[in-house]
Design a protein around this ligand. Structure first.
Ligand code: FAD
Length: 244
């Protein structure tokens, strides 16, 4: 539901959960972390694959993933990738303009976090994730929820200026410097043998850039012998598409 008529969007927003903004951090040039107090999330059954949507413009919603959701206090943080970082302000997208305008003390409405049936945390002991900067919060959520952070390993490509932040955030992940072509660094690393190091067994999750997700899945199935049932995918954005 990336876009809908304004009246319908207002109705969806009214049914959402009020979330007060309690803090905003810029931990790295390409990331913004926002802390929310959403009382209605107390007791929520959280799965790290759950995503919610914010109304970022009168007719537009965008999806994001709680990086941490405390089901006792009803608080959560969301890690937003600022994908136009470094570009002129007028090129910022609706989601980024909404994020730029957000201030501590604001109250926004979020849809209740839900996971797609085919993309949720499996009851297994180990997990492997692969994606781009938009998935950093997702892999962090896995590490928070898994029995130990070491149970979650993988590969992530992020802009050069964000590699130190991503390495500190995601211990056990191979952090790759993204190039101008989405997914190129990830695919090149897999070609160089990075899969064997990143995958320590368990279920595989692929997310982020849709076209890359498809290519990496094909590679894992055809070349690395990962069974079809051992991979779950969830595109987060796609070249040439606004919202997903
Ligand atoms: C289930 C789900 C969960 C998600 N969780 C998160 C999350 O936790 N954190 C997060 O940062 N994002 C997350 N996303 C991705 C986010 O919703 C998209 O990146 C979204 O398109 C951003 O909206 P926008 O208004 O900034 O850009 P849009 O208006 O949607 O797109 C404008 C242009 O930017 C391009 N674009 C969009 N996103 C990116 C990107 N990440 N990198 C490079 N180019 C891009 C588009 O192809 C388009 O050309 C999630 C998406 C889904 C479907």
């Amino acid at each position: 539901m990336p876009s809908m008529p304004s009246l319908l969007a207002s109705a969806v927003e009214r049914r959402g959960i009020p979330c007060a903004v309690t803090g905003i951090e810029a931990p790295s040039p390409g990331f913004r972390r926002v802390h929310f107090d959403c009382g209605a999330l107390r007791g929520h059954d959280w799965d790290p694959c759950q995503a919610l949507a914010f109304r970022v413009a009168p007719t537009l919603f965008r999806h994001y993933t709680p990086e941490v959701l405390d089901t006792v206090s009803g608080t959560m943080s969301v890690l937003f990738q600022v994908h136009s970082a470094g570009r002129p302000a007028e090129r910022r997208s609706p989601g980024e303009r909404w994020l730029d305008a957000l201030k501590e003390g604001d109250t926004v409405h979020a849809t209740r976090p839900v996971a797609a049936r085919a993309f949720r945390m499996r009851p297994v002991e180990r997990f492997t994730g692969a994606g781009d900067a938009s998935t950093a919060g997702l892999w962090r959520a896995f590490q928070v929820r898994a029995a130990s952070p070491e149970a979650v390993t993988g590969l992530i490509e992020v802009p050069a200026e964000d590699t130190a932040f991503a390495s500190a955030l995601l211990p056990g992940f191979t952090v790759l410097k993204a190039g101008p072509e989405p997914g190129a660094a990830l695919l090149a690393a897999l070609d160089r043998g990075a899969w064997e190091e990143a995958h320590r067994g368990g279920h595989v999750y692929l997310s982020g850039h849709g076209q890359t997700v498809q290519r990496v899945r094909r590679l894992l199935l055809d070349r690395f012998g990962v069974p079809r049932s051992g991979v779950s995918t969830q595109p987060y954005w796609a070249t040439g598409r606004a919202g997903l």
